[in-house]
Design a protein around this ligand. Structure first.
Ligand code: C2O
Ligand code: CU
Length: 477
């Protein structure tokens, strides 16, 4: 692993960033000293998990270290993580560290960045925690089934000086397709899921349990880290009378703001850090409601104020997070690239309405079973050639057009990007994301400096769409 080629950032440039912007990063400054190393081990294996409390049956699942979600891996920004992953499954796997800007060889994509980890084998991942924030890990091999059976976990990188809070809590939101007997439905890869909205389940869990109640105190401030690890389900969480301020999206700090429309929206793979203030009196009860699916709002979890207040009212401590060392794209000088998404059920109708050339959308589909297309190609097989090459160290604007009838969470590996505009309207916060939602018929512009060399996956994080072709490789060279 070459530290020099990491965009990223050596510890020295990281420290310099707060003072002297990101200019140092381009110079490839050397590490002045060895970073602190955090060692972890993960073992992927099948096992039994219990999602409900009480004398209920267990669910056979696939888990890291026997846990669903997998153990929370936690380190401080500037430290180095070493994670030995042992494959005790009966099939190949890998681990991808979602949202982390790490060297390409550590990215966990089978055949593209490493050989799959075969059963019985251990692979050592090692990378620096360049950015602070809320991240996660999951397999990148047969993801729909391996993740649908439970393989994923949180990865938290703490700021050197995090904002003051009373509690720092992670909620891993997951969605399962369970049968009456508590087992996971085996219908992975169902054509209906692949061509429509993906494998949406029938049972939502928080940290692997059916949510029941969450206790807070009057005057309390909680940093709540939300991670959507579901294959396909969207969440749109309404925290009712709790005051919620979004302080980070996909791990990257954002200007603190109230959730637009009163809901915190998370497509598959997306994260939000929110500051939750609890203003009400002891004994107050409320609910967190998920409004993601029209006419299907449901109570996600009850919130109960305990009998003892913590303080009269929430504190006025500063909530803004320090910036991560991201290179700011130069929009005026940026090269522009267009990326078109087509396919799926009712896609042809949308393409016709949008005046998109049908022939383009069909290319590639004729040869295989692909249902979704990126620039006319439905990706098949593990050996992918890049469909786009970004010149290294340059700024790039990618214009994404969704000519399908579905909303897609589109993920780029190895980089975070700014969201500049939606349908030509500048975004209010120019948020940094690694996974961006794009609505049917929407055009969005994202921008980045291509500062991390390698071949990077670019795909829909609805895992059944990915499996049915909605992915490609972007080369930074
Ligand atoms: Cu969450 Cu290609 O990954
Ligand atoms: Cu999709």
């Amino acid at each position: 692993m070459s530290i020099k080629s990491n965009p990223a950032v050596t510890r020295r440039s990281f420290i310099a960033t707060s003072v002297a912007s990101t200019a140092l990063m381009a110079l490839g400054t050397r590490l002045p000293a060895q970073p602190t190393i955090r060692n972890f081990t993960l073992r992927a294996a099948s096992g039994m998990v219990q999602m409900a409390s009480g004398p209920l049956r267990e669910t056979p699942a696939w888990a890291y270290n026997g846990l669903v979600p997998g153990p929370e891996l936690r380190a401080r920004q500037g430290e180095r993580l070493r994670i030995d992953v042992t494959n005790a499954l009966a099939e190949d796997t890998t681990v991808h560290w979602h949202g982390l800007r790490l060297p390409n060889a550590m990215d966990g994509v089978p055949f593209l960045t490493q050989k799959p980890i075969v059963p019985g084998e251990t692979f050592g991942y090692e990378f620096d925690a360049v950015d602070a924030g809320t991240f996660w890990y999951h397999p990148h091999q047969r993801s729909s089934e391996q993740m649908g059976r439970g393989l994923s976990g949180p990865l938290i990188i703490d700021e050197p000086n995090p904002p003051r809070v009373d509690r720092d809590i992670t909620w891993v939101l997951d969605d399962w397709r369970l049968l009456e007997d508590g087992t996971i439905a085996e219908d992975f890869g169902a054509p209906m899921d692949m061509s429509h909205a993906g494998r949406v389940g029938n049972a939502v869990t928080i940290n692997g349990k059916f949510p029941d109640r969450f206790t807070v105190q009057q005057g309390e401030r909680i940093r709540l880290r939300l991670i959507n690890v579901a294959n396909a389900r969207f969440f749109a969480l309404d925290f009712g009378s709790l005051s919620a301020q979004i302080i980070a999206l996909d791990g990257q700090p954002v200007t603190p703001h109230s959730p637009p429309g009163g809901v915190v929206v998370l497509g598959s793979a997306m994260r939000a850090d929110i500051m939750l203030d609890c203003p009400a009196a002891p004994g107050t009860q409320l609910q967190v409601v998920d409004r993601a699916y029209r006419n299907n709002a449901y109570r996600l979890i009850d919130i109960a104020y305990s009998d003892t207040p913590l303080r009269d009212s929430p504190p006025d401590w500063d909530i803004a997070l320090p910036a991560n060392p991201l290179a700011e794209p130069d929009i005026a000088a940026a090269r522009r690239h267009e990326i078109l998404f087509t396919g799926g059920m009712m896609g042809a109708m949308v393409e016709r309405d949008m005046g998109i050339d049908q022939a383009r959308g069909m290319m590639g589909g004729v040869t295989g079973g692909g249902m979704w297309f990126v620039n006319g190609v439905a990706a098949e097989g593990p050996m992918l050639e890049p469909f786009l090459t970004l010149e290294r160290a340059q700024s790039h604007v990618l214009e994404l057009t969704n000519a399908t009838a579905f909303t897609h969470p589109i993920h780029l590996h190895g980089h975070s990007f700014r969201v500049l505009s939606r349908d030509g309207v500048p975004t209010q916060y120019r948020e940094w994301l690694d996974t961006v939602l794009i609505a049917p018929r929407e055009r969005i512009e994202i921008a980045l400096v291509a500062d991390n060399p390698g071949d990077w996956m670019f795909h829909c994080h609805i895992l059944e769409h990915q499996a049915a072709g909605m992915m490609g490789v972007i080369r930074v060279a």
